[in-house]
Design a protein around this ligand. Structure first.
Ligand SMILES: C[S@@+](CC[C@H](N)C(=O)[O-])C[C@H]1O[C@@H](n2cnc3c(N)ncnc32)[C@H](O)[C@@H]1O
Length: 358
């Protein structure tokens, strides 16, 4: 079956059964929440107009027990389809997030984080009878405890003004031009997710060219953001109207990648050894490695050991001693050599050597 960058039509569990094991790097799932809205009960805004929340047939289940069986079935398929180092992000509200979290754990997924999506423009509680429900929860979990999962930590820092990205995210609910409209100018879907939320998820938890599964495609928000950010997608949906408008949406998306989407900040520099840099004359045996405090050690052995006060040891150990640090420091952050009469960081020399390897 051709499933890369495609919308697959049909029941999600049946469709997933046709895809081979360990196909996907990541899954974003926005399943039915089982809102349990009472049939026939209408909600009215304070000024008297009717509020149309999610009261769709696809969100209805006979009982919580039926909902849990459905959740076990689709999560079991997702687990089979994820690569060993793959992760899943499931979103839901208080109506079902606890059941979903418990089932994820029962199936052997490993919860990495839960994330609060705080809505900057939530629907009010019209009756004033309880707290305004202003957030949804995303659970981010790996396929197993030992998965070596993708997390673009430095990209997160870039997005958060240089600070570690936290687990409370503030985004507006989907509205305005972003909201898909049908030919009668009515909204196509009641629960279309904001692209900004999907963008954050995708740039933090996936790499360019990864293959992303969304088993509950709706208006294809995940596919749209995946395509724009240079990832691949497989979207599953059984409602033909959603597929019709979602396909048009996907056709019009152009790839737009900056350093954030390329995850440039998280690309690990190539490993190189002192031995090869000495062999290639980037450093010379017998030369001095200076610390900014005026002390120095001498490069002594072909594998990069240095001599300081009669001790021959790794330059990291020696740098720690020079600075009276109990924790081992990285000598590349502290030592300099003299080139053309100027102090040059040994890290800069290592970067120059790396450039010759590309
Ligand atoms: C919460 S909505 C997803 C909305 C989507 N994230 C978006 O931004 O438009 C869940 C979707 O799952 C679909 N769905 C529910 N049960 C399904 C099933 N068993 N097989 C396939 N699709 C299903 C519904 O038609 C609905 O569009």
């Amino acid at each position: 079956m051709d499933y890369i960058n495609k919308i697959l039509s049909g029941d999600t569990i049946e469709v997933m059964k046709k895809i081979p094991d360990k196909t996907f790097d990541f899954c974003f799932a926005d399943p039915p929440y089982f809102m349990q809205i009472e049939t026939g009960k209408k909600l009215f805004r304070v000024e008297g107009t009717e509020f149309n929340g999610c009261n769709d047939e696809w969100d209805k289940f006979e009982s919580m027990d039926t909902y849990k069986k459905f959740t076990i079935a689709w999560l079991t398929e997702v687990k089979r389809l994820l690569k060993d180092n793959g992760t899943i992000c499931v979103i839901s509200g208080m109506q079902s997030i606890y059941e979903i979290g418990s089932i994820l754990r029962d199936l052997g997924f490993w919860v990495i984080n839960d994330i609060i999506w705080q809505k900057s423009n939530p629907t009010p509680n019209f009756n004033g009878s309880r707290l305004n429900n202003s957030h949804e929860t995303l659970i981010w979990a790996s396929k197993s405890k030992t998965s070596k999962f993708t997390f673009n930590y430095k990209t997160g820092k870039e997005l958060n003004n240089g600070k570690q990205m936290g687990s409370i995210w503030n985004f507006a609910v989907c509205s305005g031009n972003e909201r898909l409209k049908d030919d009668n100018n009515s909204k196509v879907h009641t629960t279309q997710k904001p692209e900004a939320l999907l963008h954050r998820v995708i740039v933090l938890f996936t790499k360019p060219n990864d293959l992303i599964l969304d088993p509950f495609g709706g208006t294809m928000t995940t596919g749209a953001v995946a395509k724009r950010t240079g990832r691949n997608y497989t979207m599953i949906e059984r409602d033909t109207t959603y597929i019709k408008y979602g396909s048009k949406r996907l056709e019009n998306i152009q790839v737009k990648m900056t350093d954030i989407e390329k995850a440039i900040f998280d690309i690990k520099p190539q490993k190189v050894s002192m031995e090869e840099m000495i062999e290639n004359n980037y450093f010379t045996l017998g030369e001095r490695f200076y610390h900014k405090n005026g002390e120095y050690c001498i490069l002594t052995t072909p594998n990069g050991y240095v001599e300081y006060n009669g001790e021959i040891n790794s330059m990291h150990e020696i740098a720690s001693k020079m600075m009276n640090k109990t924790r081992r420091v990285n000598a590349f952050d502290y030592f300099y050599v003299i080139r053309n009469g100027k102090l040059i960081s040994i890290n800069e020399i290592r970067n120059n050597y790396r450039k010759t390897l590309k």
